[in-house]
Design a protein around this ligand. Structure first.
Ligand code: C2E
Ligand code: MG
Ligand code: MG
Length: 759
């Protein structure tokens, strides 16, 4: 159905061309009447068909119906010979109504399609209408008063109609120029309206008495226009004529400027070159120019105002954080700059607090990003309420807020301010999702003459101190001092050197044996990474592993460690240094588990070292089960499926819940050395270890105690039925070359000393 209607729409164009040609070439008034009637009838039919296909807005159809009725009636009255003055006035009034309906319809269409700029478009069109009115008065209406026998009402109505027509043309031009998608209906409607305006112009020229133009020619343009009206109505895109289009990046200005300038320039040129012919002409000229001047002035005032308010909005946007409404980084820097300049004059010491919401990533990952946004908004609100009015609060990125107190008198006052922020988080934040507790790490930097030179310095120092607060276990305050800068530089140096460490062969592995005291045998090893820089400095893994993790370098060096460790084990087995079923434990960081290639890396290391998967243990910390658990779970499941076993390292120090232990494919718990430490002396530690062992038993998990340093600890563990142990008592981590002698001396001990039960 819709295809047939589209075809019919396009068929209207050749049909209209034929009808127009016949009407212009054959001089037969009866035939002209028939053609006009046919053209009118097909418009009504097109209207009915469109209504059947789309049940559009009632108001649209009413306007269209009114428009077509007016047009046809006016044409009919106009075409009659010997028309009376009254019928002429009615006919002109109907023509004017047609133009006014068109103006109204176009204003709505332009506004809907192009959006908010419609008011300025209407103002521009008014100027153009007035300019056109002036030219029409000068070119057609004033001369017509001399020649024509028509009454003044007809002439005046015709002038207003022509002026309205020029507004219609302008609106059409705006629609075409400003539209981002020029749909066929816009083109067809534009052509139809333009042709009908050409007809009006021909008629007006004829009636002005200046040139004689045949009625037949004028009518032909109306007939062509009627066929194009049908084509517009039938084309399916007419249904979307008044829907909003995608906004253009740049509104086309040139066409509009040319039109407006001409509308202003032409009347001025006419005024300059011609004199009024009589008093009426003088009055019309003066009043028209006066109204035009008012319209232009209003338009200019409107534009200037709109520009000023737009500029204001842009400035606010550029300096405000959209989520919380707080000043953003740029504005905060400006505030700090001003405070520093004032500090030079009045001796006060501006203070910046750098506040980072602890574990915000966890909130985002577990509750979703919209809850994360709610937390940030609530934190912003909390800060504003908790801090005195003199403080400026800003959000400078993600979960980082900055507070500036430009008037701090002493460092103790700065600390009080920070404590006040920490305290404000003791109460939970009420979100739509429920109450959420958050804490924050706060870095405080106080203006130090000579050290703090720019606003950026003060914020950077506060940021550095904030990292110190995070390192000290979060939910606390750290105050910046110059030694922190050294630390930052040192960290940066480590980071840079780490990128080269692997290719410069500065990394190596040492291994710590794991024994089974019941078997009296070394049953496995843990691979531990060592880094000796080229200048001989040894960097501890506790220092460089977190940096490697943060920068992502852990992915390549972790892959290297895996292959290296398995190759060492393969060598020891081949040389009968250890049991054939001895295992290798390799530490794995969360970042490695989130690497999509990790399973392939493990497979390749197993293949290249010719080691079976069940002789590899991967040690992960509880943290991987908490942040992004789904991704880690997926990787661990795949690894478990190929036979690799998973151990939870440092068990008891994280915050994992029992449900995690059940959900994850875990085969071993390594009890953290802090619990083993107190085992022989602290009854609490002893009962905790006992509970962990009982829980592991019930879940069918293997247990290894790490950090065993004394015989007492060894006895206590034996007493609790924990046989697998690792620690300095048994052996420190040793180089691969020293492993043969280490294992040999451990074997010599044979069964570990007869175990005495602890009381
Ligand atoms: P971890 O996996 O828990 O390793 C055990 C740590 O405890 C090792 O420290 C080891 O030398 C130390 N240790 C062993 N027995 C005793 C003892 O009886 N008493 C005491 N006080 N400590 C003992 P190390 O080698 O400094 O490694 C520290 C941490 O660095 C490791 O803890 C592990 O989390 C990480 N790490 C080491 N190598 C790697 C690696 O290749 N990859 C990854 N991702 N992390 C690694
Ligand atoms: Mg470990
Ligand atoms: Mg450990």
């Amino acid at each position: 159905m819709s295809k047939a209607v589209t075809r019919a729409a396009w068929a209207m164009i050749p049909l209209g061309a034929v009808a127009t040609a016949v009407n212009s070439l054959i001089n037969d008034s009866d035939l002209h009447g028939v053609i006009f009637l046919a053209a009118s009838a097909q418009v009504v039919i097109a209207l009915i068909i469109r209504n059947l296909v789309n049940h559009a807005d009632r108001r649209v159809w009413t306007a269209l119906l009114l428009l077509i009725t007016c047009l046809l009636t006016a044409q009919f009255l106009n075409g009659r010979s010997g028309a009376t003055d009254t019928s002429q006035v009615i006919s002109e009034a109907l023509f004017l109504t047609v133009q006014l309906i068109l103006v109204g319809g176009l204003v709505v269409t332009v506004q809907r399609r192009l959006g908010g700029d419609a008011l300025s478009i209407v103002a521009d069109s008014l100027i153009i209408g007035l300019g056109a009115w002036f030219v029409i008065w000068f070119a057609f209406l004033n001369p017509a008063r001399k020649f024509s026998q028509e009454i003044i009402a007809v002439i005046a109505l015709r002038g207003v109609t022509l002026a309205a027509s020029s507004i219609v043309v302008f609106m059409l031009a705006t629609l075409l120029l400003g539209d981002s998608e020029r749909i066929s209906a816009v083109w067809l409607a534009t052509s139809a309206i333009t042709l009908s305006l050409v007809g009006d112009l021909l008629n007006a020229t004829d009636q002005s008495g200046r040139f004689e133009i045949s009625q037949q020619l004028a009518n032909s343009t109306y007939i062509a226009s009627l066929f194009l009206v049908s084509a517009t109505l039938l084309h399916p895109s007419v249904a979307t004529l008044a829907t909003r289009t995608a906004a253009r990046q740049r509104q086309p200005l040139l066409g509009r400027l040319v039109l407006i300038t001409s509308a202003l320039a032409i009347p001025v040129v006419v005024l300059a070159l011609t004199d009024p012919t009589n008093d009426v002409d003088r009055i019309v000229r003066t009043s028209s120019i006066f109204v035009l001047a008012i319209a232009v002035t209003s338009r200019v005032v409107f534009s200037v105002r709109a520009n000023a308010s737009l500029q204001q909005t842009l400035i606010v946007f550029a300096q405000t954080d959209a989520l919380t409404g707080l000043p953003n980084r740029g504005l905060m820097l400006e505030h700090v700059s001003t405070a520093l300049i004032n500090a030079l004059n009045d001796g006060r010491a501006p203070t910046a607090l750098f506040i980072d919401v602890d574990r915000f990533k966890n909130i985002n990952d577990s509750l979703g990003h919209s809850a994360g946004d709610d937390v940030l908004v609530a934190v912003a609100q909390r800060l504003r309420v908790a801090l005195p009015d003199r403080c400026v609060v800003g959000r400078i990125s993600g979960d980082e807020f900055v507070v500036l107190d430009a008037e701090t008198k002493s460092s103790s006052e700065a600390v009080l301010l920070a404590d006040c922020v920490l305290e404000s988080f003791h109460e939970p934040l009420s979100l739509r999702q429920g109450d959420v507790f958050v804490s924050a790490s706060i870095g405080v930097a106080i203006y130090l003459p000579g050290v703090t030179t720019t606003a950026d310095d003060l914020l950077r120092h506060a940021d550095t101190a904030m990292y110190r607060a995070k390192d000290s276990g979060r939910n606390c305050v750290a105050i910046f001092d110059e030694s922190m800068l050294e630390r930052v530089n040192q960290r940066l140096a480590i980071e840079t050197a780490l990128y080269r460490a692997l290719e410069r062969r500065e990394l190596r592995l040492v291994h710590q044996p794991i024994i089974d005291i019941n078997l009296g045998d070394v049953i496995g090893f843990e691979a531990l990474m060592r880094w000796e820089m080229e200048d001989g400095t040894n960097i501890s893994p506790a220092e460089f592993i977190p940096i490697a993790e943060e920068t992502g370098i852990i992915v390549p060096i972790g892959a290297w460690a895996l292959l290296e460790a398995l190759t060492h084990l393969r060598g020891w087995i081949n040389e009968s240094i250890c049991r054939r079923d001895a295992t290798m434990s390799v530490n794995v960081s969360p970042r490695q588990l989130h690497d999509p290639n990790f399973v392939a890396v493990v497979n390749e290391a197993l293949m290249r070292s010719h080691m079976p998967a069940d002789q590899l243990w991967l040690e992960v910390t509880e943290g991987v089960m908490i942040t992004q658990p789904d991704q880690a779970l997926d990787t661990l499941r795949k690894l478990s499926a190929i036979g690799v076993r998973i151990a939870i390292d440092d068990f008891g120090t994280g915050y994992s819940s029992l449900s995690f232990l059940q959900r994850f494919p875990i085969h071993r718990l390594k009890i953290d050395k802090t619990f083993i430490n107190g085992l022989a002396t602290d009854s609490n530690a002893r009962s905790l270890v006992k509970t962990i062992i009982a829980m592991a038993d019930s879940l069918g998990l293997d247990v290894v105690a790490e950090g065993v340093e004394t015989v007492q600890q060894l006895h206590a563990l034996a007493d609790l039925q924990c046989a697998k142990e690792q620690g300095y008592l048994i052996s420190h981590p040793v180089t691969p070359e020293a492993m043969a002698s280490t294992v040999a001396s451990l074997d010599e001990i044979g069964k570990w000393p007869r175990l005495r039960p602890l009381n």
